[in-house]
Ligand binder design. Sequence first.
Ligand code: ATP
Ligand code: MG
Length: 565
Amino acid sequence: MATTDTPAPTDFIREIIIRDQQTGKYGGRVHTRFPPEPNGYLHIGHAKAICLNFDLAEEFGGLCNLRFDDTNPTKEDAEYVEAIRRDVRWLGFDWGDREYYASDYFDRLYEYAIELIKRGKAYVCDLSPEEIRLYRGTLTEPGKESPYRNRSVEENLDLFQRMRAGEFEEGSRTLRAKIDMASPNVVMRDPVLYRILKARHHRTGDRWCIYPMYDFTHCLSDSIEGITHSVCTLEFETNRPLYDWVLDTLGVYHPQQIEFARLNLSHTVLSKRRLLRLVQEGYVSGWDDPRMPTISGLRRRGYTPEAIRAFCRRLGVSKSESLVDIGLLEHYVREDLNKRAPRVMVVQRPLRVVIDNYPEDLVEEMEAINNPEDPSAGTRKVPFSRVLYIEREDFLENPPSHFYRLAPGREVRLRYAYFVRCTGVVKDPQTGEVVELHCTYDPQTRGGDAPDGRKVKATLHWVSAKHAIPATVRLYDRLFLKENPNDVEEGKDFTDYINPNSLEVVTGCWAEPSLANAVPGDRFQFERLGYYCMDPDSRPGALVFNRTVSLRDPYAKVLKATLGQ
Ligand code: ATP
Ligand code: MG
């Protein structure tokens, strides 16, 4: 089970549950479910729903089911089922043996539909989808009754059975609930319960050619599984009367639907339809592209499940929608990686340095601290030799007054090694670009301090040229330039807001030799650069890393001040 790393704050959902436990509703039981439709990969919004449902179960001594809401064979696929299971497990949650599929209930749902027909509460309608739409009315005008509304029970039973037998064309008939075409709630105007779809289902194959609609399936699946609190997002608020109508009309066990506001995250989209377009139209390399807000993308980027859970719990639940700054999520990632990520030295944009007074063949093993936040992480040896790489931006030939790093004549510390002083600059005769520095080192400063107490103003990371491993790093920026790309202006498409520079691939980087032992998925802090995660594209001798986040955390102070963290 997932650990409740941060105590979840109390909220209106927990208040409802506590009240229900006090009054003995559901015999004090708490049983929730996470009900994804396997038509896409899970994203950070789903993570919020997953945390909420599993946390509620754990906090109140209950259970949480994983249920695939697989009622639309044309959009769903077993690939998505697998990915969803993997992602929920990776997030740290365990549904035990309670993995269910709405499609497992197709027989029972069919029986329930027959029951509704027998009670005079459902009818077979011959209107086309377009006509149904026209008859439905609008928010301000009532709908019009279907001419097929008053068929006899016998005729409805006969037609519905023949629908199931495959006698009719797709779109020619539906089964509809007989409720109220004048209801102020459009959802209640004789909603469609079943449609004909001559499509193969990834689990039931060709057994069915009629498929139940979400509103009919969801409440009955909850009822069948003995769910107590059926938590969903706000857009289903108007569907709640239908949820209640189906269960009450059939007189079956009745869970309570509770709605909360969905998560919206800045600079990204969280609609599966849009995420699918990003993948299909090649804006990203796949569902697990590290720029995607999918769980698999965040994992590949280097986010930890702990950070995602901490973020979701911090958000809590509410009834009003808001746009959460993606920087807040990144804050939790930094906070978690700071505790757990080993430090290593990688030079991203190298500048060659020759230490003229260092013996040609000498190699010294410098002792480096793996994680100052975690003494148990120990130390490692990093080889030091005469030719090194440092970061190009750590040297300026004509430094402005606030630049304290290396410059001609100036002395700095090389981390875990020596003080070095820049004594010469080699330039490309054609371009004038600095291509190599010459330095001298002070042997007295081994380990990084001078016995005479003299100070330097900067400490640089470095790698030994002859020991370094070639590496590529992928630097990511926001996928969308617009803060809220869901807010699409007239005549535009959400893809118009895509950041054309969301990925920068930096080749020619050099990594310290200890990284030869890393495997894809391993996360590191590259000293002074940020947090990085080894990518599955990595090969021995050609390492590939994704930058998870930079080091700078604009939220650290804000959160301390406003949330008392
Ligand atoms: P989309 O709108 O992108 O198609 P969905 O809500 O239809 O997504 P489902 O697979 O049906 O996707 O979602 C499973 C569960 O996750 C639902 O209970 C849904 O309410 C919840 N969920 C989906 N998106 C979010 C979000 N952004 N924030 C919180 N919960 C979400
Ligand atoms: Mg949905």
